[in-house]
Design a protein around this ligand. Structure first.
Ligand SMILES: Cc1ncc(COP(=O)(O)O)c(C=O)c1O
Length: 389
């Protein structure tokens, strides 16, 4: 069945933070292409399952059984060759919650935690807000291609020099769009093993992989990697369910899992929303075709952004993401300060993007555009930016 991703859905007054320009001090007429949720309705199979649940009418304390695990684990096994066991699964209200819980449960205040910048900002705050020491391994932007790579010498030196306890990996990487290869993941994993570093692997964007690339689950590479890893997955990005607050975390090592799960108890997090559970199962059971068509549509949006950037080489450079629906736009050629760039794009062009500096100092001069919107919106945003750059 063909799905129509061109449909416009008004999100004003629906509690959407993406559409809340007024509440967030942005011009009311700015096109919101910032926070990473999509402007597409969830797949019909999910809406049907949620409607059925609403009609049932009782929303009591809820938990899942074998069937739920089988659905979730099949998705990981069939798409990524990641084989899990039921006991590994820890359900969480979200991946950001899981990252905070991991930092709190697996490290002590003052311990060093490594992230690779520029990166999704809660990676920073999960470390700083919990009184841990933030260590950064800045990704290398290859100037000729705009592709980001890892400085492995720095990665190892930072771990060794700071006695890093935990590494928060982002794969695929938000915002730079890399889908780390087996070789890169192996090299990082070997270093982590050598220095006794636990890995939180955030794989929430794993289903958004463009042609020519393949998502590799870090913990799926070997038992020894699996034993030191907390793997974060979720249906929320994939099927646009972020507001339902549900993610599936896999931890194979019993001691690591106990320490992680105990921290949820300490935080008083014992229940999950039934709508998230229902939506997750329905999405993984019936959403594959919708997702395949969505990926084709997103590729079309990225084509458009690519053509637009190529037409403005003095102002913006763009390297297509290997994964994620996020376009990392390099505006350094304009020679503007962060404030000036934000003013140009937000207030003059009236396009609301995420400032690159939200992902760390390494993001200065960049802006992140969320391309998961109907084509007409992306076209309008590009037109508006063309007029000011
Ligand atoms: C890398 C990454 N992790 C986690 C999240 C959010 O996860 P959750 O909504 O499950 O907390 C996002 C959302 O943008 C993300 O990009």
């Amino acid at each position: 069945m063909p799905y129509n991703f061109d449909t416009l859905t008004d999100r004003t007054d629906t509690y959407s933070i993406k559409a809340d320009a007024k509440g967030r001090g942005k011009p009311a007429d700015a096109l919101p292409l910032w926070v990473a949720d999509m402007d597409f309705k969830a797949p019909p199979c999910v809406l049907d399952a949620l409607e059925k649940e609403v009609r049932h009418g009782i929303f009591g304390y809820s938990d899942t059984g074998r069937e739920y695990y089988e659905t979730v684990s099949r998705w990981q096994r069939e798409r990524f060759g990641f084989h899990t066991q039921e006991s590994w699964l820890v359900k969480s209200p979200g991946v950001v919650v899981a990252i905070h819980i991991a930092v709190r449960g697996l490290t002590a205040p003052g311990d060093a935690v490594l992230i690779q910048t520029p990166v999704y900002h809660p990676f920073h705050s999960a470390v700083t807000l919990t009184g841990r020491k933030l260590i950064t391994n800045e990704l290398v932007n290859e100037e000729d291609s705009g592709r980001y790579t890892i400085d492995f010498a720095d990665f190892e030196a930072k771990i060794a020099g700071n006695q890093v306890k935990l590494f928060i990996l982002c794969n695929p990487h938000n915002p730079v769009g890399r889908v780390w290869t087996k070789e890169e993941l192996t090299q990082m994993g070997e270093i982590c093993l050598r220095y006794g570093v636990t890995v939180v692997s955030d794989e929430i964007h794993q289903d958004f992989i463009f042609e020519g690339h393949r998502h590799v689950v870090f913990a799926g590479l070997s038992k020894k990697f699996s034993d030191i890893t907390i793997t974060c997955t979720a249906p929320s990005k994939t099927f646009n369910l972020a507001g339902l607050m549900l993610s599936n975390i896999f931890v194979s090592d019993p001691a690591l899992r106990d320490a992680f799960a105990r921290e949820y108890e300490r935080a008083g997090l014992s229940q999950l929303g039934v709508m998230g559970l229902v939506a997750c199962k329905a999405a993984y059971e019936g959403g594959a075709d919708w997702l395949a068509q969505l990926l084709t549509y997103l590729k079309g949006n990225m084509d458009l952004i690519d053509q637009w950037a190529a037409a403005h080489p003095d102002a913006v450079r763009f390297r297509r993401p290997e994964g994620t629906y996020l376009a990392w736009l390099d505006f350094r050629w304009l020679g503007l300060s962060t404030k000036e760039l934000d003013d140009l794009v937000t207030n003059k062009a009236k396009v609301w993007l995420s400032a690159g500096t939200a992902f760390g100092a390494a993001g200065a001069g960049f802006m992140r555009l969320n391309a998961a919107s109907p084509r007409s919106i992306i076209e309008e945003a590009l037109r508006r930016m063309s007029a000011v750059i």
